[in-house]
Design a protein around this ligand. Sequence first.
Ligand SMILES: Cc1cc2nc3c(=O)[nH]c(=O)nc-3n(C[C@H](O)[C@H](O)[C@H](O)COP(=O)(O)OP(=O)(O)OC[C@H]3O[C@@H](n4cnc5c(N)ncnc54)[C@H](O)[C@@H]3O)c2cc1C
Length: 429
Amino acid sequence: MRTRDFLEWPFFTPAHRDLAERVDAWATQRFAGHGNTGGGTHGDAAGGGDVPGATAGSNAGGHPEDRDSVDAACKQLVRDLGRAGWTRYSVPWQAEGTANAAAAFDVRALALIRETLAWHDGLADFAFAMQGLGSGAITLAGSPEIKQRYLPRVAAGEAIAAFALSEPDAGSDVAAIKCSARRDGDSYVLDGEKTWISNGGIADFYCVFARTSPAEFRPDGSVAARGISAFVVDANTPGFSIAKRIDVIAPHPLATLAFTGCRIPAANRLGAEGEGFKLAMRTLDIFRTSVAGAALGFAQRALDEALKQSLTRPMFGKTLADLQLTQAALADMATEIDAARLQTYRAAWLRDRGDTVTQQVAMAKMSATESAQRAIDRAVQIFGGRGVVHGETVERLYRDIRALRIYEGATEVQKLIIARELLNTARKV
Ligand SMILES: Cc1cc2nc3c(=O)[nH]c(=O)nc-3n(C[C@H](O)[C@H](O)[C@H](O)COP(=O)(O)OP(=O)(O)OC[C@H]3O[C@@H](n4cnc5c(N)ncnc54)[C@H](O)[C@@H]3O)c2cc1C
């Protein structure tokens, strides 16, 4: 039932179309047996070959969401995605030597892979995205030695990456971070806390952003973005610990991290001292469009489920699909998804050809995540009581989509970015 006509859009090359089809074929096999309901079931048995675990965890409707099962499923997905060759699109380390490391990322490929994986399985999308986001600062600014130490293992699915920027008092206002990194000879000593860190608890290393000089307050009380640096911290470093695991509505590994006199080699710094904020933003700039891609995958799955349900659900002597209010809901869903998809792949295409796309990326992230939430809510409504039952695909999607409107810049933050760009342009006229 799913239409993939959008792959014919001029934003894509033949290689993108081929990639999207191959990822879809892989995911169809990898998640076979997850059924129309409970698509989030994960096998944690180790597998071999291109599509390991294809038969594991196939109890359609079941959805083990306890922490141990989710951790195990996530680790297995990281390995499988690496072995299948998909992770190299989010960890393009082979492109070593390109003058502009950011140019090594193919944002259209990232968004297409995320859309495809999200359609099949939210945790697979998460595992893929985090390998890229968690190692992006290394790809962009790591020394050749650091790149060689981490990136091949991340791309192969043999090491799990995490991106540690947010703190309890610094989320949207990220310049307000307090975690400190004090230079001491050939080392830095980290003290402080990070929270909401995806892959926290299962990651092998963390790209951590910390203050190497004290916060400078502006007259209005806000903090300037200067004085932040980035570091790689291995999970087994003394002084590093998981302070708390966090359980969220769409379970994935998430934690609060603690740094207590955590000493790391100075060589683990990524980029120049004081340039960490820019590095964090450059990393997020690459991956934000792919958040829109993931939202499209969730939304498209919701529409596909809603179409199936409305065609088969008998009601008032007809089917739900024969009722005009249902048709209106389906039309709204399809139109909003199409508009968001156009914005998403336009932003990715513009970025891949080297344009500055701050405004287009913010529009894509906002419209794709917000419209996906509306589309999924409509799908739940079309399913009636079934829509809120644990194990139903639309119920899972309802939970999967929510955090995307908050992380990597909440919708309100995207609105401010769009308005800032508009006003800057208008002021120049
Ligand atoms: C599931 C999940 C995974 C995450 N993974 C990571 C990770 O891997 N690494 C990491 O570093 N962080 C991660 N985060 C943190 C995420 O980036 C922050 O949650 C996000 O930046 C918002 O920060 P906050 O939660 O502190 O909310 P706050 O900053 O307190 O914002 C609360 C709300 O205020 C509103 N708001 C924000 N700015 C404005 C404004 N200017 N005007 C009006 N309203 C505004 C928005 O609605 C926002 O949602 C994750 C978060 C979640 C939920």
